[in-house]
Design a protein around this ligand. Structure first.
Ligand code: GDP
Length: 463
């Protein structure tokens, strides 16, 4: 299928949702004000039925357009190509001679945040053709280091010997450079997320609706390979769970996150979207059990959910959540639990989560490597997808817009709008880069602006 066709198909799909967000929000307000609440709720239910039917039909299009197998093959081929390039980069013929970048795994944050730190380093390595050396002695999850839990990110090159290490940014082409955390990097390189490699972009967009997270997922695929002992432990925990499709993953991030970096969300906010998913699925197939995989760092959530929603089957491990909720969070045991949760969430058919949490975003990024296109297989209650420390995320105006209300902004076709988020009510917030005005924008009149960066093309690696 052509790129234009794929873009159009995705646009119709996403704008169908936008109509719903708008109506739901506006009518919801009237209901809250008790203006003819019963009849408005009845209207809303009718609109919801029609929305689900429209989305369900559209989801069949890529199944039936004759390109299903092509997409699957292409997705596998591009992924394998990226993995081969990374392997090539990480295993230079002469390690002593190779240019390198050093990444210290001493970032004092959770595992999701640390994974993203390594992703940033690996993208830097790929962009500058330097082998990535990961220093992880004294790592908070296992003091013996990363390689004790996961396969090393290189088989043959894991030290910079005694070469001089220069902190980035360097004024000359130093052989070995070390990276700061992405939050404090000066002269932020343009190749950092959400940029994707130009030489692959036109292939990726033809099978995936969110190439930036697909690309980040590819980095995780390379990095995240548990060793046999860890993999066995994960498999044993999983074997005891009744994990069967259809299943929706729910990630509820609470404890230290609430009130500092994210708002508290009640279980029913997540379950509304789970219900919507199953109501839509039932239009095309019978669902015997509505299964939910529930992951959380709040030890009480699982019991609470089972009590409040007896018509659902909740799968999850309360002891994992309990470990995650306590001061034992940064131990090998808690890491094992988190790996189970990440694996399960990313294997679910759909995820409901908060993208303010790195755990939620990592689950989605891994999901993007598990299937051809996971870009419509999640709902985030708060943020749109982002990479911590990323370069500007812009949307491009496809239609002109004249502000209708005082908090809206106007734009012309082609304007770039730096976006802060979608309010899931038909509008998002952004700054028009031409006028410098900040305000609400009707989301459907804009489309994601993909940043293509001329990464090295690794011509030595066979296609
Ligand atoms: P963020 O703080 O949510 O953005 O993500 P981080 O990964 O940086 O830190 C959160 C930490 O809390 C994780 O690394 C886990 O240790 C723990 N955690 C949060 N949510 C879960 C969960 O659903 N399951 C488990 N096992 N641990 C979690």
């Amino acid at each position: 299928p052509s790129e234009e066709y794929e873009n159009l198909r995705r646009r119709i799909y996403s704008n169908t949702k936008e109509i719903w967000y708008y109506i739901n929000h506006e009518i919801g307000k009237l209901i809250a004000d008790e203006v003819k609440a019963d009849s408005l709720q009845a209207i809303l239910n009718q609109v919801a039925d029609r929305k689900r039917s429209l989305l369900s039909d559209q989801e069949k299009l890529p199944e039936l357009d004759g390109y299903k197998e092509w997409r699957e093959t292409e997705a596998a081929n591009v992924s394998e190509l990226v993995q081969r390039r990374l392997k090539h980069l990480q295993n230079p013929p002469d390690c002593r001679d190779a240019r390198k970048v050093i990444c210290n795994l001493n970032k004092g944050c959770g595992f999701g945040c640390q994974l993203h730190h390594i992703v940033y380093c690996l993208i830097f390595a790929y962009a500058t053709e330097r082998t990535l050396i990961l220093n992880s002695k004294g790592w908070r999850y296992n003091s013996k280091g990363w390689d004790y839990v996961f396969h090393p990110i290189s088989d043959s090159c894991t030290t910079s010997y005694d070469d001089k290490v220069m902190p980035w940014p360097v004024s000359y082409d130093a052989k070995v450079v070390s990276l700061p955390f992405i939050d404090s990097i000066s002269q932020k390189p343009k190749f950092l997320p959400l940029a994707i490699p130009k030489d692959l972009a036109h292939r990726i967009v033809r099978f995936n609706g969110d190439p930036a997270s697909w690309w980040i997922g590819q980095m995780l695929k390379y990095i995240l390979k548990p060793r046999t002992t860890m993999q066995k432990a994960i498999n044993e925990t999983i074997a005891n769970m009744n994990f069967k499709s259809p299943i929706v993953g729910v990630h509820i991030r609470r404890t230290d996150k609430v009130g500092t970096e994210a708002a508290f969300h009640h279980i029913h906010e997540y379950m509304t979207h789970v219900k919507d998913y199953y109501d839509q699925l039932e239009l095309t197939r019978p669902v015997d059990t509505r299964r939910v995989y529930l992951a959380s760092d709040d030890a009480n959530v699982l019991e609470d959910a089972r009590k409040k929603y007896p018509e659902y089957e909740f799968i999850g491990d309360a002891s994992i959540a309990k470990t995650a909720a306590t001061h034992r969070r940064y131990t090998p045991l808690s890491l094992a639990g988190l790996l189970v949760d990440l694996h399960m969430l990313s294997t679910c058919d759909y995820i409901v989560c908060t993208f303010s949490s790195q755990v939620g975003r990592v689950a989605y990024e891994i999901m993007q490597t598990n299937r051809v296109d996971a870009s419509q297989s999640f709902f985030s209650l708060d943020d749109i997808y982002y990479f911590g420390g990323q370069n500007a995320h812009d949307r491009r105006a496809l239609m002109p817009h004249t502000a209708n209300a005082k908090d809206e902004i106007s734009f012309q076709v082609g304007d770039l709008i730096g976006v802060a988020g979608n309010h899931w009510n038909g509008f998002g917030r952004g700054t028009n880069k031409r006028t410098n005005l900040n305000g609400l924008i009707p989301w459907y009149k804009t489309a994601d602006h993909l940043v293509l960066y001329p990464f090295p093309e690794y011509k030595q690696v066979p296609l």
